[in-house]
Design a protein around this ligand. Structure first.
Ligand code: ATP
Ligand code: ZN
Length: 462
């Protein structure tokens, strides 16, 4: 049984989707007014791992991740730069979509707010009809006092603490929030029954999630900065409109990616744009590094840590490629030595433990430890059977981690092998200059070498 930590109940719970084998998951995507940063990537990869693991366990996951392409932040940025809001939104939405592909994160659908304005208007109309929202000259607001369960997700029960959007003057209470904002001069607008304007931030997620996932669904994700007020407001609107409770069964929140202990965030000016980082580190190194921490814990960014991750992943890749070659070139022997039987049993146990770790609220650091240990065991023997079984396990784990994709250049391998053996002979004769030259020339061609004593392992890295 998979257990997940549910922010709503503050407990670990058995994961039982509403309509197995379907799992419906919504993740809050970016507001596209600036570069996506490594903090965003942390949250996307966290929920990608959740999806991939559920899929490995036989579920079919519908994953919706929105793009907020109209918002005050986008309008402000456009005004600062003297360009249209749409230019800004399109530019960063495209960047985000390209980066998601590079990071191997593939939501089922990426709905954009500006393509759902009429659905949002319907949602707000319904809330007004049901008495949960009121119209003012500056826009439409949600009447928090009408909804009895406000504060259930964040655990904040004190009304004093609910204040939000306090710059708005014509709200009934400081904790009411905007569903529809009337446009000020020079602001973008859409027609609505109330005024020419645009949607508030929270209503878009309630609208797009219910449109694609129904009135109730299984998982809602995002980083924990969104618990209050964004997710609290999403719950209030959706439970008010649909009359269901709980609207979402499991609320999962990822921890922050931090810089010197502070959340990486555009507003704090400490971001590392993902587009820049990926020029220096391949996406699989970034994925690996992000998954070496549990998704709910904080993870502090540093180039040193990424460098260490790069070295560690490179070593694992070497081992995996070696296993692939052993399996491909060799064959089963029909009988096993005692130590092989033991190694196979140990690896089978590690696979079990990998699943236990992943089933325990997606404990990726623990799961990685099992993979590394299996590779260590396999490295100590030339046994075909041990290699085959380890490879089986690693490839299963990689359905979650997605970092060990095999890269091959057909027909070239025997020649690379020959060059590597020539280099080994040069090293035996202590002809270091020439052997180093072969290494660096091969490196330029995308072949990475790893010397282990007298042996040299190699793999295609690009
Ligand atoms: N430092 C971070 N660590 C982990 N997740 C983050 C971080 N910053 C943002 N996220 C998550 O990324 C997703 C997209 O966020 P969004 O574009 O709303 O970010 P933002 O809060 O506007 O960014 P910023 O904080 O940089 O201004 C959300 O699910 C958000 O919770
Ligand atoms: Zn959202």
């Amino acid at each position: 049984m998979i257990k997940v930590y549910n922010t709503l109940t503050r407990k670990y719970e058995d994961f039982q989707p509403l309509q197995p084998p379907l799992v419906r998951m919504y993740v809050c995507g970016p507001t596209v007014y600036d570069h996506s940063h490594i903090g965003h990537a942390r949250t996307w990869v966290a929920f990608d791992v959740v999806k991939r693991y559920l899929r490995l366990r036989g579920y079919f996951v519908i994953h919706v991740q929105n793009i907020t392409d109209i918002d005050d932040k986008i309008i402000n940025r456009a005004n600062e730069l003297g360009v249209s809001w749409k230019e800004i939104a399109d530019k960063y939405a495209k960047e985000y979509l390209d980066l998601m592909k590079e990071m191997k994160v593939f939501p089922t659908i990426h709905p954009r707010v500006t393509e759902h304005i009429s659905d949002i208007i319907e949602f707000i109309k319904d809330l007004i009809e049901k008495g949960y929202a009121y119209v003012t000259p500056s826009g439409v607001y949600f009447d928090v006092d009408k909804y009895p369960y406000y504060g259930q997700l964040s655990g904040v029960k004190d009304k004093e603490m609910w204040s939000q959007e306090t710059f708005v003057k014509d709200k009934k209470n400081p904790y009411d929030f905007a569903l529809w904002k009337c446009a000020k001069p020079n602001e973008p607008w859409w027609e609505s029954p109330w005024c020419k304007g645009r949607p508030g931030w929270h209503i878009e997620c309630s609208t797009m999630s219910s449109k694609y996932l129904g009135k109730q669904f299984d998982i809602h994700g995002g980083a924990r900065d969104l618990i209050f007020p964004h997710h609290e407001n999403e719950i209030a609107q959706s439970e008010a409109r649909f009359g269901v409770r709980p609207w979402v069964k499991y609320w999962l929140h990822s921890g922050y990616l931090t810089v010197k202990g502070e959340k990486m965030s555009k507003s704090l000016g400490n971001i590392v744009p993902l587009v820049d980082l990926l020029k220096e580190y391949p996406a699989d190194v970034v994925r690996y590094w992000l998954t070496t921490a549990h998704y709910r814990s904080e993870l502090d960014f540093s180039y040193d840590r990424l460098d260490q991750a790069k070295v560690a992943l490179e070593r694992m890749k070497m081992s995996v490629d070696k296993l692939r070659r052993t399996v491909e070139k060799g064959y089963p022997k029909g009988s096993l030595k005692d130590e092989e039987v033991k190694a196979i049993y140990d690896i089978w146990k590690l696979r079990e433990e990998f699943h236990q770790a992943m089933s325990n609220d997606f404990n990726t650091p623990e799961a990685w430890a099992k993979v590394r240990e299996a590779l260590r065991i396999a490295n100590e023997t030339d046994s075909w059977e041990v290699a085959a079984i380890t490879l089986n396990f690693v490839e299963e784990a990689d359905q979650v981690f997605a970092v060990f994709e095999e890269k091959r250049v057909e027909g070239v391998e025997p020649f690379v092998d020959l060059l590597v053996r020539v280099r080994s002979r040069l090293r035996e004769r202590k002809m270091w200059e020439l052997s180093d030259w072969i290494r660096s020339e091969l490196d330029k061609l995308g072949v990475k070498l790893l010397d282990k004593g007298r042996e040299t392992e190699w793999r295609f890295a690009k």
